[in-house]
Structure formats: C-alpha cells, structure tokens
Design a protein around this ligand. Structure first.
Ligand code: FES
Length: 133
C-alpha cells in the first residue's frame, strides 16, 4: 500500500477531531531518565512528541510522559534532548537551549506561567509505547 493510500485509510478510520491511540515506538527505543522524539498524528496535524521514561521513580503507570518536542522559547525541536530533574517537587525537563523548566505532568513552564507545552496520554501496551493523539 502506498503512503498516500495508507494515510487516506487512517483519515477515513478517524472521526474528525477525535483522538486515537497510536503506537509511537517500543520500550527498547526509550532511554531511561531521558527523552526520545517521535511523530504523532493529531487533530491539528502531525506533531513531534517528546517521550520521557522515568522507570520506578513514580507509581506504576506514572513513569511515561509525552509532551511537545517543540520548545516555544527557542522555536526549535529539542525538548526530548533536555535534562530531566526534580524542581519544586515536580518531575521536569529543562530545555537544552535557554534552560526553562517544563513540568512533565502537564507541560507547564515553571519560569513563565503563560507558557505550557501540550501533553498527551501515554502508556505501555506490552513492549509498545502508545500515545493518544
Ligand atoms: S538539542 Fe540540539 S544541540 Fe542540544
């Protein structure tokens, strides 16, 4: 099947503006206590998501996070390359460019309350990583 035909099939399977769970990568692609970037189809078009994996740090089912890979401050796709840490009791990622911190849970920037990255639901299905886009 061509990519266009496949895309058409995906489009038809989707109710407009509905969210769909998508496989974005496998557990083997993840880097513990760090991020990887993946493509996601969203209602607004394709988006690059940063998937963070914090095994054992939080409760089970609470160790994966998916947020925008795009950094609004530097306008570059770099969030998955940020350093993960703990700030004010929350798991955060620091943008590798200007070092703003974004809460993994909800994408909130801790230095600027007006800036928030998009976040998506993410979970393991067996060894696969699925995101609701
Ligand atoms: S993320 Fe590209 S240089 Fe650091």
């Amino acid at each position: 099947m061509t990519a266009t035909a496949l895309k058409k099939e995906m489009d038809m399977a989707d109710v407009p503006n509905s969210k769909a769970w998508q496989k974005v990568c496998t557990k083997a692609d993840l880097v513990a206590f760090s991020g990887v970037a993946a493509w996601l189809e969203t209602a607004e078009g394709p988006a690059q998501v940063a998937i963070f994996y914090l095994p054992g740090l939080r409760g089970k089912g609470d160790e994966l996070y998916a947020l925008d890979h795009h950094d609004p401050f530097s306008n570059a796709n770099v969030i998955a390359r940020g350093i993960v840490g703990d700030l004010k009791g929350a798991a955060v990622v620091a943008s590798p460019i200007y070092k703003q911190h974004f809460r993994l849970e909800d994408g909130q920037c801790l230095e600027d309350e007006d800036v928030k990255l998009r976040t998506w639901k993410v979970e393991f299905k067996g060894d696969e990583v699925w995101v609701e886009g």
